[in-house]
Ligand binder design. Structure first.
Ligand SMILES: [Zn+2]
Length: 105
């Protein structure tokens, strides 16, 4: 019998029954499976060290992400809030004289 997931799976989040890691979407889940199809034993899961080496990070809820989308989403939210004049919502306590936003992809 397979144990129930220890984290709540909603939306596109998934659990790999091979390695037991949780993923925030199908993309990192599919990317963490490597190797050749059709040859027994040739497919495997990336290790935690290998995922970290690729720059992947678990999000605040503990689901692996490729580490790219949250930064983009966060920057998009901040830019949107700033455009509405809501510096507090953007995580800025007061309106800066000059604001520079950098996003690394
Ligand atoms: Zn796995």
């Amino acid at each position: 019998m397979t144990a129930p997931p220890t984290k709540r799976l909603r939306g596109r989040r998934c659990l790999c029954r091979g390695c037991g890691e949780f993923f925030n979407s199908l993309s990192p889940f599919e990317q963490h499976r490597v190797g050749v199809f059709g040859i027994p034993g040739a497919r495997r899961c990336l290790t935690v060290a290998e995922m970290r080496a690729k720059g992947w990070l678990p999000n605040a809820a503990g689901f692996w992400t490729t580490g790219k989308r949250p930064a983009i989403a966060g920057a998009t939210r901040a830019i949107s809030a700033i455009s509405r004049g809501s510096y507090l919502e953007a995580g800025i306590l007061s309106a800066p004289a000059r604001l520079r936003v950098e996003v690394s992809l």
